[in-house]
Design a protein around this ligand. Structure first.
Ligand code: GUN
Length: 294
């Protein structure tokens, strides 16, 4: 039976560090401002942005949410972002993904000023990560996974890590973070995706498996080696006739079976999920001028 990696406890620790940094900013007369932009009524996005707003308020971050109809044009969204870019009370800007299909997300994420890009999606921040320049913003979910590993004391130097999923929000930046020649990194990273021939061959040799490909309960116990560390980033809605609304959320890991064989595992919910908000608000404190925590 494995030990649980408690994302709720670790995110609470990061929130209290952020609250202290926000208090230090207040002593300098600065109130961090975070603008949320949501386009359309994707039910998951409504919930996520609501949770992020609530936590911002609790930490003393002033948040403003712009909700636009799904018919919003790309030009209208760009115009709003330019106004937020030039508003000195706004230190961070988050455009919730997914965007409607008529909007080119690369144009949108490229419009947010890199210094206000607390999501870490601007090409300059992506490029800084690839170059090993620590001056940029890291995307919140992979940075949150990294903090889970660091704060759980999991050794990473030289570890074999297999990441499942090559998305721009998690898989690709996750691999880039862990292969840096740096403390708490220096891993040998294998990035698997839908074109990978034999995924189990790669997960079976890994010290750490990070599942972020969006396939319900994909990672089975026989796919890991005993004593592995397993991180489940997946959030998948599956039909469940016994649930009140006919569906429920499951991760990318077959949790009950895998936990019997792993040394460490994230519960889901309560693992990676709370970390995304923690890193977002930490990035916002950094954007407002508080030095990033060690
Ligand atoms: N949608 C899913 N994850 C994220 C995230 O980290 N940031 C934004 N902006 N949208 C998301």
């Amino acid at each position: 039976m494995s030990q649980l990696i408690d994302g709720r406890a670790i995110s609470a620790q990061i929130h209290s560090e952020t609250a202290a940094r926000v208090a230090e900013l207040a002593r300098r007369g600065i109130v961090p401002g975070l603008a949320f932009v949501r386009v359309g009524e994707d039910p998951a996005s409504v919930v996520y942005v609501g949770m992020k707003e609530k936590k911002s308020r609790e930490l003393g971050i002033r948040s403003v949410t712009h909700v636009l109809p799904s018919s919003t044009t790309q030009a209208e969204l760009v115009a709003l972002l330019k106004a937020l870019n030039s508003d000195p009370t706004v230190h961070g800007i988050l455009v919730q993904a997914p965007l409607p299909s008529h909007i080119d997300s690369s144009v949108i994420y490229g419009t947010v000023l890199p210094g206000k890009d607390v999501d870490g999606f601007h090409p300059i921040n992506v490029g800084r990560l690839m170059l090993g320049d620590t001056g940029g913003f890291l995307p919140c979910t992979p940075a949150g996974v990294h903090q889970l590993l660091i704060r759980s004391g999991i050794p990473m130097d030289g570890a074999e890590v297999t990441v499942l999923g090559r998305g721009n929000i998690v898989g690709k930046p996750m691999a880039a973070i862990l292969l840096q020649k740096a403390r708490h990194a220096n891993c040998t990273v294998t990035l698997c995706h839908s074109g990978t021939r034999d995924i189990a061959r790669h997960t079976q040799r890994a010290d750490i498996v990070i599942a972020a490909m969006g396939v319900p309960r994909f990672l089975k116990a026989e796919m890991i080696r005993p004593g592995a560390v397993v991180i489940d980033v997946g959030v998948n809605r599956i039909p469940d006739p016994t649930a009140p609304n006919g569906s429920r959320l499951v991760g990318d890991v077959d949790f009950e079976a895998v936990r019997e064989k792993a040394a460490w595992i994230t519960p889901n919910p309560g693992g990676v999920g709370p970390m995304t908000i923690a890193l977002l608000l930490s990035n916002t404190a950094t954007a407002a001028g508080a030095p990033a925590a060690g």
